[in-house]
Ligand binder design. Structure first.
Ligand SMILES: [Zn+2]
Length: 119
């Protein structure tokens, strides 16, 4: 699996987006051609694992946010009834708040760390 990094070149000081494969021998700056050896296998796997975890957190955050919208609509529907079922209204309201909090936590995890390389 390729990793995608923002890298800063130590030669031209350009900031570039790089897609790096595990098989690549070198990491090359697309602006000036400066190159450095690729990460060793352990570092490559660690970065790949970190990016996969971040990607999953992004998906979970979006899913939790979508769930919170659905739960909020359920909350509104049951609370607008002529004789609202207090139990359903309360559970839907609490689950809405829980889903929003879960979305925020996963969103924070997805954005908390960003790897920037120097080539
Ligand atoms: Zn460069």
């Amino acid at each position: 699996m390729a990793i995608n990094l923002v890298a800063r070149c130590s030669e031209c000081y350009g900031t570039v987006d790089l897609d790096i494969e595990a098989e690549d021998e070198e990491i090359t700056c697309p602006v000036c051609g400066h190159s450095v050896p690729n990460f060793d296998a352990d570092d490559f796997d660690r970065i790949s694992f970190h990016q996969e975890r971040t990607h999953k957190a992004t998906i979970f955050s979006g899913a939790a946010f979508g769930g919170s919208i659905v739960l909020f609509l359920i909350f509104l529907k049951f609370s607008e009834a002529a004789e609202p079922n207090q139990g359903i209204v309360m559970v839907a309201g609490l689950l809405t708040v829980a889903a929003v909090i879960a979305s925020m936590v996963f969103g924070w995890k997805a954005s908390a760390e960003d790897i920037v390389a120097e080539i």
